[in-house]
Ligand binder design. Structure first.
Ligand SMILES: Cc1cc2nc3c(=O)[nH]c(=O)nc-3n(C[C@H](O)[C@H](O)[C@H](O)COP(=O)(O)OP(=O)(O)OC[C@H]3O[C@@H](n4cnc5c(N)ncnc54)[C@H](O)[C@@H]3O)c2cc1C
Length: 565
């Protein structure tokens, strides 16, 4: 089944057949097309089409910057900061300068000290984005086309044929396409997962949540209702999470900056069905009843109305026994899902794309698709999902008590910063000598696969200890207060963790002295200074390049490129 350079361009034989043209299918297609492979992308729907997964995080952008640079796909670079996404991809993009977490108790006004906010550094790449997915997905699909992919939209596959020697699909129109490898980027309805009976019943994850979501107009900026002092950025300029016992609500504005052309706000309510069982009432009625219990949130939605039908789901979590097989792979979102909390879906997807692309390109060149070559992808995807599950399920426990949330969410804040250091270092080294080994090293079986910082023993040990505290709360062996105090104690002891709260990137209403500097440069320089001088060796190991020079170069390069284009 190997295709040769002599093979006719318009034959029905491809190197890779990709099912689904969401962000992962199109990114994968663009990468492979750019490397000269023949790629067919089959999409059931047509672009532009509504989809969910709108909030980006710094790790998503760092990973996509690596992918774009490594494989020469600048269109993927375009979605890696708000400034470039707004300018090059879609003026419907919202800005994300912070993650805001506001804690609520039913039938009570919000306590003004019960919040945390994590700031997205302005330097060097600028804020993250609220992706208006219909535009971003269409943009990436056109990039895939630009690099030679054949895209068949509004095409339904009737038969899938996979064997050790090749793959084939037949459409309902009777067309048959063959290939050397197949990637299922179909998301929750992943056709290969369904065909091979790969879904686990029941799903093995600890998290239990269901969702209701829509786009709305008339949602007030939360800052108009609740104005705590000492915050750097307005709630409205970020992804806002309202937390309460048994769930949380996302508010993702697209209309939150002066040049906004999109008046919509994305709204999604996650509920643990064990606490808030699903009933037959309509989503709107359920949302209204929810608002009636939370007066401060209700004030934000007083004049809001949906502009499209609500989506109301059953349990969101699904898992797969395996994510790779003979000549096929399920992309992360096709393999499993936990919960939108912390917006890790796209980040974990880009981690999986990076790892799969490197292996698949080699396999295509060698014409060798033996399962051992892809075994790591299965382990990686399973571990990413499992660790996310650990995090999120602990958070659902912590949603019941602000002190516990304030303590436990610091594990996320520390892990995400360390994880970013690791990615920035790998990319900086790659930029110095273009040696792909620096990037392959990210997937060189790190000891704590799936953790936010997969190669740092001390962080993973700290996480496990904190998780044990939260587990003790959910099993009623400890009170939330005791567990929170113990988690604070654990963090205080760690030289690699404690100082990270003094640079102003992580703010908590309960402890105002951690609050933020008014300027972007000051915290950035203080953090850099710490990584060079004060930090323990386990942090300094991520800074064995010249970070000041490298980050300055990135900043100037990024701003110059935007200005020139
Ligand atoms: C409620 C919710 C909120 C989320 N919020 C966030 C967030 O804020 N941030 C974040 O990072 N992630 C979020 N995620 C996760 C995010 O949605 C996914 O990580 C992301 O969409 C994955 O992209 P994808 O291209 O793999 O899949 P999808 O975006 O699901 O795309 C799948 C594509 O495959 C097509 N398709 C399906 N079946 C077939 C078939 N049989 N044949 C052909 N085509 C097919 C579909 O039409 C679709 O175009 C959220 C997920 C959910 C469920």
């Amino acid at each position: 089944m190997k295709s040769t350079v002599n093979e006719v361009r318009d034959s029905n034989h491809y190197d890779v057949i990709i099912l689904g043209s969401g962000m992962s299918g199109s990114q994968m297609g663009a990468i492979l097309g750019r490397q000269g492979f023949r790629v067919l992308i089959v999409e059931e729907a047509t672009h532009p089409r509504f989809t969910i997964g709108e909030s980006s995080i710094p790790e998503t952008s760092l990973m996509n910057r690596i992918i774009a640079d490594r494989y020469g796909v600048p269109e993927i670079q375009d979605i890696t900061s708000f400034y470039s996404t707004f300018k090059k991809v879609s003026s419907s993009t919202g800005i994300k300068r912070n993650f805001g977490f506001v804690f609520h108790k039913p039938n009570e006004e919000h306590n003004p000290t019960h919040f945390t906010q994590c700031v997205i550094p302005e330097l060097p790449w600028g804020p993250e984005s609220h992706f208006y997915r219909q535009d971003v997905d269409a943009y990436l699909m056109h990039a895939a086309i630009r690099y030679g992919c054949t895209v068949k939209q509004k095409t339904t596959i009737k038969d899938y044929d996979l064997s050790k020697t090749g793959v084939a699909v037949t459409t309902t129109q009777g067309e048959r396409y063959t290939g050397r490898y197949m990637i299922d980027c179909g998301g929750p309805r992943a056709p290969l997962a369904l065909k091979f009976g790969l879904r686990e019943e029941p799903c093995r994850y600890r998290t239990h949540s269901r969702t209701l979501y829509t786009h709305m107009v008339g949602v007030k900026p939360f800052d108009d209702i609740f104005k705590p002092k000492g915050q750097r950025w307005r709630w409205h300029e970020g992804t806002l999470h309202h937390m309460f016992h048994g769930g949380w609500l996302w508010v993702i504005p697209f209309n939150n900056h002066p040049r906004a052309t999109n008046g919509l706000v994305s709204v999604g309510l996650q509920l643990d069905p064990r606490v808030h069982p699903k009933t037959d009432i309509s989503a709107q009625q359920e949302f209204d009843e929810f608002l009636a219990r939370f007066p401060t949130i209700a004030a934000q939605f007083k004049d809001a109305r949906p502009v499209r039908d609500w989506v109301k789901s059953d349990r969101l979590q699904y898992s797969s026994k395996t994510t790779v097989g003979d000549r096929y792979c399920l992309m992360l979102h096709a393999a499993g899902f936990i919960d939108p909390l912390f917006s890790r879906g796209l980040e974990n997807t880009s981690v999986a794309i990076h790892a799969l692309a490197a292996r698949l390109i080699k396999a295509l060149r060698d014409d060798d698709f033996s399962p051992e070559r892809f075994e790591y992808i299965d382990r990686l995807q399973q571990k990413l999902l499992e660790h996310n599950d650990d995090f999120v399920s602990c958070c659902y426990t912590a949603f019941s008590d602000f002190e516990l949330w304030d303590a436990f969410h610091r594990l996320w804040a520390v892990g995400t910063m360390l994880g970013q250091f690791r990615l920035i270092q790998a990319h900086a080294r790659f930029k110095e000598d273009r040696n792909e080994a620096h990037l392959d090293h990210l997937d060189d079986n790190p000891p704590h696969l799936g953790y936010l910082c997969a190669d740092m023993d001390d962080y993973c040990r700290l996480f496990d200890s904190a998780k044990a505290e939260v587990d003790a709360v959910s099993e009623k062996r400890k009170s939330p207060k005791e567990a929170a105090a113990r988690i604070h104690e654990l963090i205080e002891k760690e030289e690699f963790a404690r100082p990270l709260f003094s640079f102003g990137y992580c703010i908590t209403g309960a402890n105002r002295h951690l609050n933020n500097s008014k300027y972007s440069l000051v915290p950035a320089l203080r953090l850099l200074n710490w990584t060079q001088r004060g930090a323990p060796p386990e942090v300094q190991k991520y800074f064995d390049y010249n970070p000041m020079f490298s980050l300055l170069k990135s900043y100037v390069g990024h701003r110059l490129e935007l200005a020139l284009k």
